[in-house]
Design a protein around this ligand. Structure first.
Ligand SMILES: [Zn+2]
Length: 455
């Protein structure tokens, strides 16, 4: 039998992660994410998949964010009936993320129809909240570091990758070959998350390259955060932080609490986590102690120093309030969710700050704002951006180039081929170059849709 690997996403982009491994008629997916950002990418979510979803035997997820999991409800809607393997925390997070994604898509379609700004009549959601609830029944959580057999004969092992709760690399042994997928890599020495676990080898390696061309600033993220917050509240402004309720939100909360107890920030400065899933998310964090470095006390302490805003009416009240404050709200790249209402309100006022804490994929509102856009389109209208804009990438959950290379150096022998994916073209190519020059490994940046024979 011949084993093949096809790149159906995350090639030339950081989104849409979807790798197809085929052994004759046995097919599995590693990740099954949504494309986000540029319209040309988003349209791929609507295009017919290269293979019949009914022919997929299983899906393995590296982690929960939508660019890795968000296509699953559609895959199942179109006939996929197999198991979805992932870590326990990934299942818990998908349990709130996927229904929320379906809900937002229904809302967006409804909004577009009501205000008539969609070119499609009527505008339809890609999938619904019900579709998302249904696919959750196909999830089978597995333990880290324990081999698990797949339908079709492959065996997988998940290893911790830091990044966010539940994030894993996938080690797949099939037909005498060993394939390793890095998933999204976390940082070494992060204040919250554990270090990426080393892998000793692979015949074929698929590695992410979000920051393949960059090194993060080494300055203290807490200090950088304090500067921005103090400056903004002295102007009487609000600090608006786009971030998903699980992931960087906890890291930002952790730093803010630490700054408050050190007297660097006013003890009474209100901090809001505005997300319908905020409470669930913090509970999931406290329930998965092996995925992060915090003690149960620390975990509950930072989770209690924040005011949770669940209800959408309360969220609107918060938008209207004049007091100086910090608001954390999803989504992290301002592609949807409650952050949009806050951006409409706070973006035009120069007293406020919009503070990003991680990678902004090309074509997203986040990328446009960070690049200095004078205005962004929200719900069909242009909103001027006069607020101060900062991106503290040292708060990013993604490994930088040095950290990716450090993980690769854990390999005891070079893979036959290293496929560099999950990056904008310049970042992927820069990492490919480093892998060839520094490690003397064979490396390539695959094209979207490319299929390779794994000999
Ligand atoms: Zn990703």
């Amino acid at each position: 039998m011949s084993l093949t690997l096809s790149f159906l996403g995350a090639a030339g982009t950081v989104t849409g992660s979807k790798y197809l491994v085929e052994n004759g008629s046995d097919r599995i997916f590693i990740d099954c994410g949504l494309f986000q950002g540029y319209k040309a990418l988003r349209l791929r979510n609507w295009a017919q998949l290269a293979v019949d979803p009914r022919s997929i035997k299983a899906v393995v997820l590296t982690y929960a964010h939508l660019d890795h999991s968000g296509y699953l409800p559609l895959l199942a809607k179109n006939g996929f009936r197999g198991p979805i393997f992932c870590s326990e925390a990934t299942l818990e997070l998908c349990g709130i993320l996927l229904p929320d994604s379906g809900h937002l898509q229904e809302k967006d379609a409804e909004y577009a129809n009501r205000h008539g700004f969609s070119k499609h009549k009527p505008a339809l959601p890609l999938y619904t909240e019900d579709d998302a609830q249904r696919v959750l029944k196909q999830f089978e959580p597995i333990h880290f570091d324990e081999p698990r057999g797949l339908p079709g004969g492959g065996i997988i092992v998940l290893r911790r990758m830091g990044h966010i709760l539940g994030a894993a690399s996938v080690d797949l042994a099939w037909e005498g070959r060993r394939l390793v997928f890095s998933g999204d890599m976390g940082r070494y020495g992060d204040d919250l998350m554990v270090d990426p676990v080393a892998v000793d080898g692979a015949d074929y390696l698929v590695v992410e390259s979000t920051y393949g061309d960059r090194l993060h600033e080494r300055s203290d993220p807490g200090e950088a955060l304090a500067d921005v917050v103090v400056r903004t509240i002295h102007r009487g402004g609000t600090v608006l932080i786009p971030a998903f309720a699980v992931g960087r939100a906890q890291s930002v909360l952790f730093h803010l609490e630490r700054l408050k107890s050190a007297g660097r920030l006013p003890a009474l400065l209100p901090i809001f986590l505005d997300s319908p899933m905020a409470i669930d998310a913090s509970e999931i964090f406290c329930r998965n102690p092996l995925d992060h470095r915090l003690s149960p006390q620390q975990c509950h302490a930072f989770a209690s120093g924040v005011r949770y805003v669940r209800d959408s009416e309360d969220s609107k009240t918060l938008t209207a309030s004049q007091m100086a404050k910090v608001i954390i709200s999803a989504s992290g790249m301002a592609t949807g969710g409650r952050i949009l209402h806050h951006l409409k309100h706070y973006g035009p006022d120069s007293r406020n700050t919009i503070l990003f804490t991680g990678y902004q994929a090309g074509g997203t509102r986040g990328a446009a704002i960070v690049a200095g856009a004078q205005s962004v389109k929200i719900h069909g209208a242009y909103v001027p951006i006069r607020a101060e804009v900062r991106n503290l990438e040292m708060l990013s959950a993604h490994a930088d180039r040095g950290e990716i290379l450090r993980w690769l150096k854990g390999f005891e022998r070079p893979p036959k081929m290293t496929f560099v994916t999950h990056g904008e073209p310049a970042a992927s190519d820069a990492l490919r170059h480093r892998v060839e020059e520094e490690l003397h490994w064979a490396a390539t940046v695959p094209d979207h849709g490319e299929k390779v024979e794994l000999t």
